[in-house]
Design a protein around this ligand. Sequence first.
Ligand code: DAH
Length: 346
Amino acid sequence: MASINLKNLKVEAKKGIEKADNLKDLDEIFRKYLGKKGKITLIFNSLKKLPLNKRKKLGREANLVKIGLEKLIREKTQKFKEEIRAESLGKEKIDITRPGKKVKIGHLHPLTLVQREVEEIFQSMGFSVITGPEVETEWYNFDALNIPKDHPARDMWDTFWLRQNESKNQKSKIKNNGLLLRTHTSPVQVRYMEKHNPPLRIIVPGRCFRHEATDASHEIQFYQLEGLVVDKNISAANFRAIIEEFLKRFLKTDIEIRLRPSFFPFTEPSFEIDVRRKKGKWVEMMGAGMVHPNVFKAAGLIPNAPAGGWQGFAFGAGLDRLAMLKYKINDIRLFYSGDLRFLKQF
Ligand code: DAH
């Protein structure tokens, strides 16, 4: 009885395989006969109820049917797969003449672009580009620049202190071990003059830090451009000429500048420089002045007061401010926001 049943199943399954049109049909047939609850599987399951000799005979027959059907299904599956592959190969073409995908390349940050442009202009006027440390000693940042402890001018810089000075002796570079994030690039003036004899012309671009509330024109980090020219008879008139030339070339328009009296401990006299485009509003651009004799002394040079020594001018401008003026940017925080909508415009 089971034997007849097996033969019928075999014929039935074979027909099914022949009729199968696709992989899905084949899968269904496999499940119907050979799957967990498949008709042939059920025959295997029923074997244990049979006496030994019948069990052996039917078992062998069922196994042969199973192997035969598996082979048919495997062969037809393979055939379908090959057909599918051939079809997709026919459809998929690689067009090597199509333009490639563009790799997106970034570009330099607007502040870096401005810094490079500024450096180029000054280099063409004979200046060297110098850098100094961002972590600075209290001595170079303040004392050597004629800003003694308790001098009210120190209030102008809200400093990020890394280490407070432990010594009471403010007049000593060695004993004062205060450490800070530099609040301006001016300390590089002294560092440079200690190692180089005048005549000299340098600019010092660099990052500075101040502990202050941020708004559209203040950031806790910003870039400055320091300048220093020292020789035997450098005057404020030389300064005016150089800075006017620089601003004209940098802003690429006709501009006017004016010098206003001001105060910085490291210059005497000191002035503030304002700039305006034709008939525009005056914009405060930088501080400057004639290098104070005490700064020369701190650097180990002999000042020209009373006579026979060195003299010169120094200036300090905000690179961010220069960039803002050039590109008409109204918020300094944009430079540090990493906002691509802003950065892509440069
Ligand atoms: N260091 C000053 C500041 O951060 C700017 C400055 C003013 C630099 C006058 C100078 C100078 O060299 O002569 O505000």
